[in-house]
Design a protein around this ligand. Structure first.
Ligand SMILES: *Cc1c(COP(=O)(O)O)cnc(C)c1O
Length: 413
């Protein structure tokens, strides 16, 4: 990874598009997530242009970033949405999307969520349990919906090269249905009067490290659907990788496209990218609270933690951390830690950092995906503010206010 066309230094000051980050932070305070709508739109269009033939549709995976302003911008750009809960469907509808823009996935959809999804007119159900079909069928009948469109999610029994917590396609994973079960369901499809079994779904994991596993999973999927001409749509999920460390190169999206697109001639392709659209469009800005030297170590304690950005603690993820104002002086190995009372609350371990002083602001890079959506109130920390920089590049606004202590107790009775 590297700085990109939206997030980079200009005259030693970190900027997001045409906005100086110091100026934004002077008004909003820290910690604050900041997203470039321009960069997200560019990423969306790049993926669309690489993969999209006729009939193709890109559904942004809302679990990566549910910010309403961002969802609205992606909707304007033509994206659909991949939702994994009723709450995400609700968010997407609030952002101005229509039911037909939505695909609804998830291994544990509740009946209430299925009812809500049908009422909202979602385009597809990605189904992962046999019993789910009975419920969708009954609910569709009850609501007078002729046919609910279903893509059965194949568990291809293929292991993706990624972090174990991000792999979903191996046989022992809770996700999807085995090929045998899917074949049986297609044979018995007449039992489901109000379901249209028009698609098949596959998502073997996130941050996919190579194309081989995707390609092998696609082989299994194509073999499965060959005898079933009613299958018109193939949803290949998300998982397109991004680089997090300076100098790191993720497998090129072009290579995924080249391995996938030519084999899908005649089918409608659906994709559900999340990370690859928003990760490098966002940063989390924090402030140095303390500088401490102890037991031969240099600690920078900052006011962002695992509560605001869980990925380092959850996955051992490594995000680059850079000062908003480039500093002189020699880099030194440091631990960049948050204030939360957990030893896992270290955002960067043994990292070469430029010299920082109390009050300096830093940007945690590539934080646009699985950042705010995974944020919690652990240690009674109010969740951070979110800022979006408009696509024009020269205007920004707070799209979500920082939570207050009142937010922490408001729901308690
Ligand atoms: C998480 C998820 C995605 C998005 O994955 P990314 O790695 O962010 O692209 C897409 N589809 C499904 C079913 C998912 O669970």
């Amino acid at each position: 990874m590297d700085f990109n066309s939206s997030i980079r230094y200009v005259n030693e000051r970190l900027q997001i598009d045409d906005c100086e980050l110091e100026a934004i932070i002077a008004e909003t305070g820290t910690p604050t997530y900041i997203y470039s709508l321009k960069r997200a739109g560019e990423n969306y269009r790049r993926i669309r242009d690489l993969f999209a033939g006729p009939g193709a549709r890109i559904h942004f995976s809302v679990k990566a970033n549910g910010n309403l302003a961002l969802l609205g911008a992606l909707k304007e750009a033509g994206a659909g949405f991949d939702c994994v809960s009723g709450g995400e469907i609700y968010r997407v509808l609030q952002a101005g999307a229509a039911g037909e823009d939505i695909v609804f996935a998830g291994v544990g959809k509740t009946r209430a969520e299925i009812d809500f999804a049908l009422e909202s007119g979602v385009a597809w159900f990605n189904v992962e349990n046999v019993a789910e079909l009975d419920y969708i069928n009954g609910a569709a009948l009850e609501q007078g919906i002729d046919r609910a469109r279903v893509a059965l999610r194949l568990n291809p029994e293929v292991s993706a090269k990624t972090h174990p917590y991000m792999a979903t396609g191996h046989g022992s994973a809770k996700f999807g249905l085995t090929a045998d079960v899917i074949r049986q369901l297609w044979e018995r499809q007449s039992r489901y009067s109000n379901i249209d079994f028009a698609g098949v779904h596959l998502h073997i994991g996130s941050q996919l490290g190579d194309i081989k596993a995707t390609s092998a999973a696609l082989d299994r999927l194509l073999e499965l659907i060959r005898p079933h001409p009613q299958i018109r749509a193939i949803n290949l999920g998300g998982g397109l990788p991004v680089a997090y460390r300076f100098g790191e190169r993720a497998p090129a999206l072009q290579d995924f496209a080249a391995a996938i697109a030519p084999r899908l001639a005649g089918y409608d392709l659906l994709l559900e990218p999340g990370r690859s659209i928003v990760a490098d469009a966002g940063i989390l800005v924090a402030e140095v609270l303390y500088v401490k030297r102890q037991a031969g170590q240099l600690f920078y304690v900052i006011n962002a933690s695992m509560a605001e950005l869980l990925r380092p603690a959850l996955y051992g993820a490594q995000h680059e951390i850079v000062p908003l104002l480039k500093t002189e002086g020699e880099a030194e190995l440091a631990q960049v830690a948050g204030p939360v009372c957990e030893s896992a609350d270290v955002l960067a371990r043994d990292r070469l950092m430029p010299p920082l002083r109390v009050g300096d602001k830093v940007a945690i890079m590539t934080a646009g995906a699985y950042g705010m959506t995974m944020a919690s109130n652990y240690n009674a920390r109010p969740r951070p503010a979110e800022v979006v920089v408009e696509e024009s590049g020269d205007r920004w606004r707070v799209s979500r206010r920082r939570e207050t202590w009142d937010n922490l107790t408001r729901s308690e009775v």
